[in-house]
Design a protein around this ligand. Structure first.
Ligand code: PLP
Length: 375
């Protein structure tokens, strides 16, 4: 038996550390905003949207209240609702599917590949005469196989909506995610790579008509202060959050590079083990929102790391089609074998820009020690 003492504590994430270095700039920005009194749809929001569009290489970016609304508003704006089907991944965060259901359409799932992204062959099999769109999720921050999915979408006349909640800054064949689909939908939730200090989201698009519709849709359907063109609701990004995000946007590239560096250490140190590791390919620049390894000994390893002071997570332990909320969709165990297997084998290791090399090395040291033990 190998001794498993705690040498150091490694948290899964430390948001406090993220803000430490940029706190003064954030406070300054908030102070200016308090003086201006411009809390809704002001200069900071416009500046953030412009910069976000530039980051994604799209003509437009539109701040909304959260990532779920970004998906829901996209579906609504495309007229997708009752009687329609939208295909998405069952291994994603719930919102990829709940946004479809809330829009009144039916979420239809297709299984994924080892890298957690939609398997194009499974997507094509799931298409029916009612299918209107595919919500492709760039899960873990790795771009999905966009070329193949775009061919399928074109062939069957479907919209491709990109769920980029975990993938801000990721590139597919050198081009940013969020610029391939009819819309790109981003979350700015505090746990995301680019995060508000609260909720937030963005929709990107190159379609001017859609953009003009979404501008109204996020703001009660108002064409101007007094005239309402259609019923809608309030889903605006707070100007205060935009002010904070404008500070954080300056750091994003540096943060992403550090995430990729940490991923490189994990890959290098763990590659000899009997694990499925996330690996890069020439076509993609992943931004490692999560670093998820796959092992049949997941629960045992998770406990071993916890005993060594290392926090890990499972994204996600229950697949969406296995949730109680999805009961009426009629799926049964075995429908999505890759996803279902992954719920038993996946383990997310700590990864965030402020994580130190010695902490990453401690994690790999403990994983190596675990696998050197007899079963
Ligand atoms: C893949 C994915 N889609 C959608 C969302 C929803 O975003 P939000 O929490 O901002 O509504 C999230 C994150 O929470 C996510 O990870």
């Amino acid at each position: 038996m190998i001794a498993n003492e705690i040498k150091m504590k490694v948290p899964y994430l430390n948001l406090g550390l993220q803000h430490k270095n940029i706190k003064e700039d954030i406070l300054l920005s908030i102070g200016t905003l308090l003086d201006s009194g411009q809390f809704i749809l002001g200069e900071e929001s416009l500046r953030f949207e412009k910069r976000f569009a530039a980051l994604c290489g799209t003509t437009y970016a539109l701040g909304v209240a959260n990532g779920t609304d970004a998906l829901f508003l996209s579906l609504m704006a495309l007229g997708i609702g009752k009687g329609d089907e939208v295909i998405t991944a069952p291994n994603s965060f719930l919102a990829s599917a709940s946004s479809i259901a809330i829009a009144g359409a039916k979420p239809v799932f297709a299984d994924v590949r080892d890298d957690f992204n939609l398997d194009p062959a499974c997507v094509e099999k799931a298409i029916t005469s009612n299918t209107r769109a595919i919500i492709v999720v760039h899960l873990t921050g790795r771009p999905a196989p966009l070329d193949e999915l775009l061919v399928i979408a074109k062939k069957h006349k479907l919209h491709l909506i990109e769920d980029c909640a975990q993938a801000v800054g990721a590139l597919y064949k050198g081009k940013p995610v969020g610029s391939f689909g009819t819309t790109g939908c981003f979350s700015l939730h505090p746990l995301k790579n680019l995060a508000a200090c609260g909720d937030g989201g963005v929709i990107t698009t190159n379609d001017e008509t859609l953009y003009n519709h979404l501008l109204k849709a996020r703001n009660h359907g108002l064409a101007n202060r007094d005239e309402c063109d259609f019923w809608s609701f309030n889903s605006r990004l707070d100007n205060l959050q935009a002010a904070i995000l404008n500070v954080k946007l300056n750091e994003l590239e540096k943060w992403t590079n550090r995430r990729r560096e940490i991923a490189g250490i994990y890959q290098n140190k763990l590659k000899a083990l009997d694990l499925i590791l996330p690996m890069d390919s020439a076509n993609e620049k992943a931004v490692y929102h999560t670093f998820i390894i796959q092992t049949a000994r997941r629960d045992e390893l998770k406990q071993y790391l916890a005993d060594a002071g290392i926090d890990t997570k499972i994204h996600y332990p229950i697949a969406i089609h296995q949730q109680r909320a999805a009961k009426t969709l009629g799926y049964k165990p075995g429908d999505f074998p890759v996803t279902e297997k992954q719920t038993q084998t996946i383990l997310s290791l700590p990864i965030f820009a402020e994580l130190r090399d010695e902490e990453v090395n401690y994690v790999t040291e403990k994983i190596l020690a675990f696998f050197s033990k007899k079963k």
